[in-house]
Design a protein around this ligand. Structure first.
Ligand SMILES: [Zn+2]
Length: 342
C-alpha cells in the first residue's frame, strides 16, 4: 500500500507567511543596485537610498552576510525591512515581483504564495502623511500588476499589514484600502514590534472587528517572542495566527479555543533562530507536539526568506531534520497551507 505521506508530498507547495520586504533574494537586490546604480531612483530619496546601500554593501558578499547574520532581538531583525522597503516603489515592483515569483516556482515548487506588506511604507517618504496615505492605492495596484507573471503560474495573493509602528490614522486607512480593494487584497495582518501592539490593543481590536464584520480574513503576529505578547482577545477575529509559538508553550489552556475556532498556526522556524527568540528548535518541537495533540492545524512558512537564508523547501528540511515533524507530517502541512489560504 502506498503511504499517504508518499502520495501527497508531491512538488506543489503553498507559503502563507512571507513579507514582501524579506522576499527579495539578496542576489537579486544587489544585482538591482549595481545594474542601475543611483540613477535608477526616480526621486531624490530613492537615489539617496540606492547610493547609501551601495556604499554600505559594495559587494554581494557584504550584503548577504548582513542579511544572514543572526540578530539579538526581533526589533533588530525588523530593521532589515527598512533597508529594502524604500526601494519597493511602484516603479520597481514589477522587477522584484517577477524574480520573487520565478524563484517560488523554480526553486520552491510553490504554486500558491501569499505576500504581505504595508503599502504606506512603500510610498515616498518625502511626501507628507496624508499624501502618503493617498498614494497607498497606487502601491497596491502596482504590486498586483507586477505579480501577473503567467510564465510561472504561481497564484499570488496579497495581505495588507497593519503596523504597530504606524499611527492610528495610517492603520485605519490601510484597513479601508483592504476593504475597498477586495478585488486585489485577500486579508489583513498586524506586523511590527510586539510591545507597541500590547499598548494599543483596543485600537487594533477595533480594526480587526471591522474586518471580521466585512468577512475579510485576518491573521496577526501574536505570541512570537515572549508570553507577554499573547492576546487571546484577538482569537475571535483570526483565521490564522502568525507564529503564536509562545501559546502552546506558556498558555496551553488556550489551545482548545483555538482548535474550536479553526485557527491555523503559521510557523517560521528559521525566524525564531534569527531573532534570538530560541537558541535551538527544541521549543518548536514541543510546540508542534502540543498542536498535534490538540488537533490544531499548522504549516511551515518562510516569513523573510531573504533574511533567514532559507526558502520554503529549506524550512521543511529544517523541520524534518529537527524532528518538528515526521515525513507524513510534511504532507499534512502542505495540505493545511492550501486549506487555510486566504
Ligand atoms: Zn512575519
Amino acid at each position: 500500500m502506498v503511504e499517504p505521506g508518499r502520495m501527497n508530498a508531491g512538488p506543489d507547495y503553498a507559503d502563507l507567511h512571507r513579507h514582501l520586504g524579506g522576499a527579495v533574494h539578496p542576489k537579486v537586490l544587489h544585482g538591482f543596485l549595481v545594474k542601475g546604480g543611483p540613477d535608477l531612483g526616480l526621486s531624490s530619496v530613492e537615489r539617496e537610498t540606492i547610493r547609501s546601500l551601495l556604499e554600505r554593501f559594495p559587494t554581494y558578499a557584504a550584503l548577504k552576510s548582513h542579511f544572514a547574520g543572526r540578530k539579538h532581538t526581533l526589533e533588530d531583525y525588523l530593521e532589515l525591512h527598512k533597508l529594502v522597503e524604500p526601494l519597493q516603489t511602484p516603479a520597481t515592483m514589477a522587477y522584484f515581483l517577477y524574480r520573487i515569483i520565478r524563484g517560488a516556482r523554480v526553486f520552491e515548487s510553490t504554486s500558491l504564495l501569499e505576500l504581505r506588506f504595508s503599502p504606506y511604507l512603500r510610498t515616498c517618504p518625502a511626501l507628507d502623511s496624508s499624501a502618503r496615505m493617498a498614494a497607498m492605492e497606487d502601491v497596491v495596484e502596482s504590486i498586483a500588476a507586477g505579480a501577473r507573471v503567467p510564465d510561472y503560474a504561481v497564484d499570488v495573493r496579497f495581505v495588507l499589514c497593519l503596523h504597530t509602528a504606524l499611527r492610528d490614522d495610517v492603520n485605519s486607512a490601510t484597513l479601508d484600502l483592504a476593504l475597498r480593494r477586495r478585488d486585489l487584497i485577500r486579508g489583513i495582518d498586524v506586523a511590527g514590534p510586539e510591545k507597541p501592539f500590547g499598548q494599543r490593543l483596543d485600537f487594533f481590536l477595533s480594526l480587526f472587528k471591522r474586518a471580521a464584520d466585512s468577512y475579510l480574513p485576518a491573521t496577526a503576529h501574536i505570541g512570537e517572542t515572549s508570553p507577554e505578547h499573547i492576546h487571546p482577545e484577538f482569537f475571535p477575529y483570526l483565521r490564522r495566527i502568525g507564529h503564536g509559538v509562545q501559546i502552546p508553550l506558556h498558555r496551553p489552556d488556550l489551545l482548545p479555543e483555538m482548535h474550536r475556532r479553526g485557527i491555523c498556526f503559521e510557523l517560521c522556524p528559521s525566524t525564531y533562530l534569527h531573532t534570538g527568540t530560541f537558541v535551538n528548535l527544541a521549543p518548536v518541537r514541543e510546540c508542534t507536539r502540543l498542536l498535534e495533540a490538540e488537533g490544531i492545524d499548522y504549516c511551515f512558512c518562510t516569513d523573510n526568506p531573504a533574511f533567514n537564508g532559507r526558502y520554503l523547501q529549506g524550512e521543511h528540511e529544517l523541520a524534518l531534520e529537527n524532528d518538528l515533524i515526521k515525513f507524513r507530517g510534511l504532507a499534512r502541512c502542505q495540505r493545511n497551507a492550501f486549506a487555510h489560504a486566504f
